[in-house]
Write a protein that binds this ligand. Structure first.
Ligand SMILES: Cc1ncc(COP(=O)(O)O)c(C=O)c1O
Length: 366
C-alpha cells in the first residue's frame, strides 16, 4: 500500500542539524503555557491510589465525555474521547470509507497533509477541490466534484494552512452536499478557539447523520503532548468507531483525560482570549515584516499559520532548506500542502521568536 509520510519531520530534522541558529516555524505546537488547572489536575492525579492508575473506559472517562457533551450540546453516547484530533480524524475517515458508499474522499487544495495520507492508508482515493485565493471554500466547487463515489468530504476550520474560517452557511451547505450523496462531512475543528473574526461556525450546528466533528484540547489548552481529543459521531457510526478505537488503542490515557477534565471545569474564557490576543499581535507583526520583503500573503482569519509567496522563490523543499541555511528561518514548503500553493511557504506563528524571524526574512529578501 502506498501512502504519504508527513514531510514536516524531515524539515525539522534538517533545521535541528543546521550549523546556525534557526527560528523554527514549522510545527504547530503552542509555545505558551497550558492553563494552570492542567498542572493541578496532574498533581491531584498523582496522589490518587493504584485503582485510578488502571484502564479508563475505552471511550473516555465518563465525566469528561459528559462535560464535552454538555458543552457541545450533543448526547454523551455520540462522544468518543480519542488520542488527539489525529485519532478522531482517522476514526472518522475509516468509518466513512467502511460504509461501502464510495471510495473517494474530497479534500481541499491546499490540504493538511495528514488527510491524503490517512485517506490512502484506509484505501480511499483523495480528490481535490481548489479553494479561493483568500482560502475560503466555495461549497459550489465541492458540489461540482461530489458524486455517489464520494465517501467523505473533509474540511478544517479554522484552516491549516490557509487560516480561512468557514461561516455557518458554508458548513450547512457542506453537510447538505454530503447528505445528498450519502457521504459523511468530516469537520476538523481543532483550531476552534483561534477564530479572530467571530465568523466560525461548528458543523455541530447542523444535526445530521452525515456529519462527524473532530476536535482536541491539543491547541486550545496548549497540550499537544497529552493526546486528548474527541469526535462527535452519528448514532449510525458510533458503535463501529468505538470498536475500532478499542481495537487500536484499548483506551486513552487516564491521567491526561483527568487533567483535561479538571482544566475544562477550572479555566475561564480569559485564558483563551489571552492566547488569541497573543496570536493576533504576532500575525500583525509578522505580516508587517512580510510587507517589507515584497511577499504576497494571506492574513489568517483563524488558526496559527501565515502563508506567503516570495518573488522568484517557490515553496519547494529545496528552498525551505535554503531558508534554513541562508536566512535562519524554518518554514513548511507550500508543495507539501498540495499543488495550489506550491509556490508558497507556511509559517507557524508558535514561537517567541517571530520578530527575529520577520527581521531575518526582511534581510534575506529585502
Ligand atoms: C488540522 C489539524 N488537524 C489535526 C491536528 C492534530 O491534532 P492532535 O495533535 O490533537 O492530534 C493538527 C495538528 O497540527 C492539525 O493542524
Amino acid at each position: 500500500m502506498e501512502y504519504q509520510t508527513p514531510q514536516f519531520f524531515r524539515l525539522m530534522q534538517y533545521a535541528a542539524a543546521a550549523e546556525r541558529d534557526v527560528v523554527e516555524l514549522v510545527s504547530g505546537g503552542p509555545d505558551w503555557n497550558a492553563p494552570p488547572a492542567i498542572g493541578e489536575g496532574l498533581h491531584e492525579f498523582a496522589d490518587l491510589d493504584g485503582n485510578d492508575y488502571q484502564y479508563p473506559p475505552s471511550a473516555g472517562l465518563a465525566d469528561l465525555r459528559e462535560e464535552i457533551a454538555a458543552r457541545r450540546g450533543v448526547a454523551i453516547e455520540n462522544v468518543v474521547v480519542t488520542n488527539g484530533a489525529g485519532e478522531a480524524n482517522s476514526l472518522a475517515l475509516a468509518a466513512a470509507l467502511d460504509r461501502d458508499a464510495g471510495t473517494e474522499v474530497l479534500l481541499t487544495d491546499p490540504v493538511y497533509p495528514y488527510y491524503p495520507g490517512k485517506t490512502q492508508l484506509f484505501g480511499g482515493v483523495p480528490r481535490y477541490v481548489p479553494v479561493d485565493a483568500d482560502g475560503s471554500l466555495d461549497p459550489a466547487a465541492v458540489r461540482e466534484r461530489a458524486s455517489d463515489e464520494t465517501a467523505a468530504i473533509v474540511v478544517n476550520t479554522p484552516n491549516n494552512p490557509t487560516g480561512a474560517v468557514y461561516d455557518e452557511e458554508t458548513m450547512a451547505e457542506l453537510v447538505e452536499i454530503a447528505a445528498a450523496h450519502d457521504a459523511i462531512l468530516v469537520s476538523d475543528e481543532v483550531y476552534d478557539h483561534f477564530d479572530y473574526t467571530g465568523e466560525f461556525a461548528s458543523a455541530l450546528a447542523v444535526d445530521s447523520p452525515h456529519r462527524i466533528v473532530t476536535n482536541a484540547f491539543s491547541k486550545s489548552m496548549a497540550i499537544t503532548g497529552f493526546r486528548v481529543g474527541y469526535g462527535v459521531f452519528p448514532d449510525e457510526l458510533v458503535d463501529g468507531v468505538r470498536s475500532r478505537h478499542m481495537l487500536v488503542n484499548v483506551a486513552g490515557s487516564r491521567p491526561a483525560q483527568y487533567a483535561v477534565l479538571r482544566a475544562l471545569r477550572g479555566t475561564g474564557p480569559e485564558y483563551y482570549e489571552r492566547n488569541r490576543e497573543r496570536l493576533v499581535r504576532r500575525i500583525d507583526g509578522f505580516t508587517d515584516a512580510l510587507d517589507d520583503t515584497g511577499a504576497e500573503y494571506t492574513a489568517p482569519d483563524g488558526g496559527f499559520y501565515v502563508m506567503a509567496r516570495f518573488p522568484e522563490f517557490p515553496g519547494t523543499m529545496k528552498n525551505a532548506e535554503r531558508l534554513v541555511d541562508e536566512a535562519g528561518v524554518a518554514a513548511m514548503p507550500g508543495e507539501t500542502f498540495g499543488e495550489a500553493r506550491a509556490d508558497w511557504f507556511r509559517f507557524a506563528l508558535v514561537s517567541p521568536e517571530i520578530e527575529t524571524a520577520g527581521r531575518r526574512l526582511v534581510d534575506f529578501f529585502g
